[in-house]
Design a protein around this ligand. Structure first.
Ligand SMILES: NC(=O)c1ccc[n+]([C@@H]2O[C@H](COP(=O)([O-])OP(=O)(O)OC[C@H]3O[C@@H](n4cnc5c(N)ncnc54)[C@H](OP(=O)(O)O)[C@@H]3O)[C@@H](O)[C@H]2O)c1
Length: 334
């Protein structure tokens, strides 16, 4: 069993811990929270061995193999670096790091500590429906672009409208719509089409100084991928990839719950797999597979592909922020 420690006590950590338990391949060695009450409550609910309020104490737990980081974005870097330096594998929530400088420092630490691995929890590109879309794309006679949408009103925007500054909507915590939801369609684009030759971003700013929504254009030379995302509005528009007469359709670039192929505007052929019992289960199973047998040929190839995607997505997100003139305090660190 892989011994897991967690950081953050929000709903996403709960979902990850449930997926890990469902996979039958992890045991919860410890949970960290800044608050002793929250750490103990989370530990009790999930039968964790230890509840700690000191991050170093979490990393020092006996035989800890993996730490899952679901803290605000700007904290991922230091927490990941500390873990890697102790040869502990990191599963980091998306977006992994604030900018390419942080990513480069993490890559250097990984090179110095080959026992530790880094996985970015980009759940959509680990799902069976992602693989169905990739297969449909490879069967198209030509690719002429895509339109990817992921836009969900966030209850935390109510707080902004009331004058508050929740972490996800602050520059301090490397927040905003691109980082929080835009990262899903950007991941999809990088995983399906590769790194764009050029990017542009047109953000709609909100009062906290970050983007509440926006439109990005990823230019691939012979075609463009337009990406529409936001946290201050709702969209029910599907996402599409354009062939010649064929259209690959997805209900949402973030959720990928329904995917299909339409020929010449005719009836949709459903390509969807069974609904997931937990949206994080496929990624957790993927990560466990690599950790259990890190030298198997497919596992080595998968790990390197995921790590490359992580670096490429980090680069594309940064390029989009530069184009949209969005800076974070994390960009000014050494
Ligand atoms: N994969 C997905 O679908 C998905 C969905 C949602 C979020 N996420 C990602 O998960 C991460 C966390 O998101 P979230 O919305 O849960 O963030 P959040 O609510 O702002 O914070 C997450 C946790 O970090 C701790 N925390 C909060 N404020 C902090 C501060 N000022 N300093 C130190 N620790 C602090 C809290 O844990 P304690 O109070 O217990 O210390 C909290 O539970 C982000 O990277 C986000 O992008 C991923």
């Amino acid at each position: 069993m892989l011994r897991l420690g967690t950081v953050g006590t929000g709903w996403i950590t709960q979902q990850l811990v449930e997926a890990a338990a469902m996979s039958g391949r992890f045991e919860l060695a410890g949970v960290y929270s800044r608050s002793v009450e929250k750490a103990q409550a989370f530990a009790r609910k999930n039968q964790a061995e230890q509840a700690v309020t000191d991050y170093q104490e979490l990393l020092d737990l006996k035989g800890l193999d993996v730490v899952y980081l679901a803290s605000p974005n700007s904290l991922h870097f230091n927490q990941a670096l500390k873990a890697i330096r102790q040869n502990i594998t990191v599963i980091v929530e998306k977006p992994a790091f604030s900018n390419p400088q942080e990513m480069a420092a993490i890559m250097a630490a990984l090179a110095d500590h080959p026992q530790a691995k880094l996985f970015e929890a980009a759940r959509n590109v680990h799902t069976p429906n992602f693989h169905a879309v990739a297969r449909a794309l490879s069967g198209l006679p030509a690719v002429q672009g895509a339109s990817l949408t992921y836009m969900k009103y966030s209850s935390r925007y109510d707080q902004v409208l009331d004058g508050g500054e929740p972490n996800v909507f602050t520059r301090e915590f490397s927040g905003g719509a691109l980082q929080d939801l835009g990262v899903y369609p950007v991941y999809l684009a990088v995983a399906l089409f590769g790194v764009p030759a050029q990017v542009n971003y047109f953000p709609t700013l909100i009062q906290t100084g970050v983007d509440g929504k926006g439109v990005a254009v990823l230019r691939y030379g012979t075609y463009d991928v337009t990406v529409n995302f936001g946290k201050t509005s709702n969209s029910v528009a599907p996402s599409e990839i354009y062939g010649l007469k064929e259209t690959v359709e997805m209900d949402s670039a973030g959720e990928l719950t329904q995917v299909g192929l339409r020929q010449d505007g005719q009836k949709l052929t459903d390509l969807s797999a069974q609904p997931l019992v937990n949206p994080m289960l496929p990624e957790v199973q993927d990560f466990a597979r690599v950790l259990e047998d890190p030298v198997a040929e497919t596992n080595v190839a998968d790990y390197h592909r995921w790590l490359l995607w992580s670096q490429q997505v980090n680069q594309v997100l940064y390029g989009l922020r530069v184009a949209g003139n969005l800076r974070f305090p994390a960009d000014d660190h050494e």
